[in-house]
Design a protein around this ligand. Structure first.
Ligand code: G6P
Length: 609
């Protein structure tokens, strides 16, 4: 959420900043701006309400300068306007600041400064910091680093910031408290970004700042310390991702690319983990040995959005395969209801990015209360991964599209493995364990098979693309899949979609059914198949169009459209059934000409409340 980029070195900053912003645009895309060192001690600023492409058009091509900071925004304080776009400056125009996160006490600081005569140019919380830094410099701070430290002292809330002083453009100061920041180490040049996506084109050497850390960066290198000035001496690490991971290649957008990457992503998640001999899996990263696993009496998944739905699917799998009570809860609710934290519960924080503030806060609540929490995270080295200490790495590879696909699939696959592991230290038989291992192994090939049938799914999506409302119907195992299917359609097509339990239809929602209200019904070949058929009969009797997703044969004439998937196993079929729903949402939204990778009002990782 919001992206920061910075550059200091021997090259022109502006093109590098624009290119970095483009890489980070998935983090927020309602406004963009940059500040580059200029003459007469004042950074030169360009900012627009709009996309990075609009900023590129607004920037003077003759703009030169070797030091700069830039930002792509997802509005929190104040609307998406030119004035509210970052960077912000102090009234003298000397200090430029870009900021991710929220200063929670901005209002009271602003009131205080206003009482002292300050005048503000924007509605943002960020501008307050520019005033505080300028005041600290005026009061005689010995360096920009010193001034930033002083200015941050009264500030409460979450932030990643980068600061440029027009009078000292040979250095930049950055600080982190809650929003990610990483330094890229080059040869006589340094990069700053909120995500390695913006760095890997230039360097593989990165320094991940911790919360409460600050760095002064110049072309020759960097110096890190805590906010209260204790040196931290951070060393660079090699990042495991390369430039190609962030390129579209033959694909029109990242969502389509990431859907297609699922067979490989699942293969990576399974690699080295399946144990045929004992019909189980090895999940060493969890740090749980057999005795720990046996001592677990309850499992709770915590996540937001699609990660929460994947947690629901995981909870079903844990109950089914391990017979341990399990559930999922939105991480955003958890800490606010003073949760009972039990010592024999295994808590699992689920997050693609590893940055979602609500999920991180749930982990902190658990750490505070002594709960046992592991992460199921895709972002290596992310805040949630670090706060958990141990966990299941998802191995999905970088995910750029705001709508999550391959990461969600890998969450489900990882939870199937965890459920199998928990089951096999209990009463799940060797034969059943073997059956699940085989089912897991079949997933990549079967996903490929579904992808090969894309055109048929696309055709179905096109046929219903004029619908303004849709139901996604599933029950028990397929309930989370129905919720995720509805979520995908909503977020990228802006069409209202609602998941319903098949048997609940008759208790209210059937009133909405008519020929303009299609239902996607998940009907796998399991013990509830006949019940699903009855639900479809009820919809059909009221004239509602039916799109069935199934792995078996349906009664002739019952449905308008059938999307077929291969058979896997009753337990893991919901994972396969979710893949056509991704493609359905994708082609539905494409038909409506939506901006697939950057749906309106959303951001990929939400690092504010
Ligand atoms: C945002 C995204 C969702 C995502 C959720 C959780 O709302 O738009 O697609 O599911 O955050 O993100 P996480 O990175 O924690 O999985």
């Amino acid at each position: 959420m919001c992206g920061i980029v910075g550059y200091i070195g021997f090259r022109e900053a502006t093109p590098l900043l624009l290119e970095g912003l483009r890489r980070l645009e998935y983090r927020g895309y309602d406004s963009a701006g940059l500040a580059v060192s200029g003459r007469r001690g004042k950074p030169r600023i360009a900012k627009v309400a709009g996309r990075v492409a609009d900023l590129r058009d607004a920037v003077d091509p003759a703009r030169t300068g070797g030091t700069g900071i830039a930002h792509t925004r997802w509005a929190t304080h104040g609307e998406a306007t030119d004035a509210n776009a970052h960077p912000h400056t102090d009234p003298g125009g000397r200090i430029a600041v870009v900021h991710n996160g929220i200063f929670e006490n901005a209002e009271s600081l602003r009131a205080q400064l206003t009482a002292e005569g300050a005048v503000f140019a924007s509605e943002t919380d960020t501008e307050v910091l520019t005033h505080l830094i300028a005041a600290a410099l005026e009061a005689g701070a010995s360096s920009l680093e010193d001034a930033v430290r002083t200015a941050l002292r009264p500030v409460e809330g979450a932030y990643g910031i980068a600061v440029l002083d027009g009078q000292r453009p040979d250095e930049l100061v950055v600080a982190r408290q809650g929003s990610p920041l990483v330094l890229g180490v080059g040869e006589k040049e340094m990069f700053i970004a909120s995500d390695v996506a913006a760095l890997v084109r230039h360097t593989q050497r990165a320094v991940f700042l911790d919360d409460g850390e600050l760095a002064t960066v110049n072309a020759e290198g960097y110096r890190t310390s805590t906010l209260d000035a204790r040196p931290t001496d951070k060393q660079p690490v090699t990042v495991g991702v390369v430039e190609e991971d962030y390129q579209l290649g033959e694909f029109p957008d990242f969502m389509r690319k990431e859907i297609a990457e699922q067979p490989d992503a699942v293969t990576r998640a399974l690699r080295g983990r399946l144990d045929e001999r004992f019909a189980t899996v090895r999940l060493d990263g969890t740090g749980l040995d057999a005795r720990d696993l046996r001592s677990i009496r309850r499992v709770k998944f915590l996540g937001c959005g699609s990660a929460y739905y994947a947690g629901e699917l995981g909870a079903n799998l844990v109950e089914e395969l391990a017979r341990i009570p399990a559930d999922a809860e939105p991480a955003s609710e958890f800490r606010y209801r003073n949760p009972v934290v039990e010592s024999d519960t295994l808590y699992i924080a689920v997050s693609q990015s590893g940055e979602t503030l609500d999920t991180l806060a749930a982990v902190e609540e658990l750490n505070r209360k002594g709960g046992r929490v592991i992460g199921a995270v895709n972002g290596v080295g992310s805040a949630i991964a670090r706060a958990c200490g141990a966990g299941l790495l998802l191995h999905a590879g970088p995910e750029i599209s705001v709508a999550s696909t391959k990461a969600v699939t890998n969450m489900s696959v990882s939870f199937a493995m965890l459920a199998l592991l928990l089951g096999r230290v209990r009463d799940l038989s060797t034969a059943n364990g073997q059956r699940i291992v085989t089912a897991l192994r079949s997933l990549p090939g079967q996903i490929e098979e579904i992808l090969r049938a894309e055109e048929q799914i696309a055709e179905a999506a096109r046929r219903y693309a004029d619908a303004r409302n849709m139901f996604f119907i599933g029950r028990t195992r397929c309930w989370p899949t129905a919720r995720e299917g509805a979520q995908k359609l909503k977020e990228i097509s802006y069409v209202h979609a609602e998941a319903y339990h098949a048997a609940e239809l008759k208790h209210g929602p059937l009133a909405l059914i008519d020929e303009s209200m299609p239902s996607v019904v998940l009907a796998p070949d399991d013990e509830l198949f006949a019940k699903n058929i009855s639900a479809m009969e009820q919809i059909k009797a009221r004239g509602g169009p039916i799109i069935a997703v199934t792995n078996t044969t349906l009664p002739h004439g019952l449905t308008d459209t059938v999307i077929r998937v291969p058979h896997n196993s009753p337990e893991l079929d919901p994972i396969l059934l979710s893949v056509p729903l991704q493609l359905f949402a994708y082609h539905f939204a494409s038909t409506l000409d939506r901006d697939i990778d950057k749906p309106r009002n959303l951001a990929k990782s939400v690092t504010v409340e």
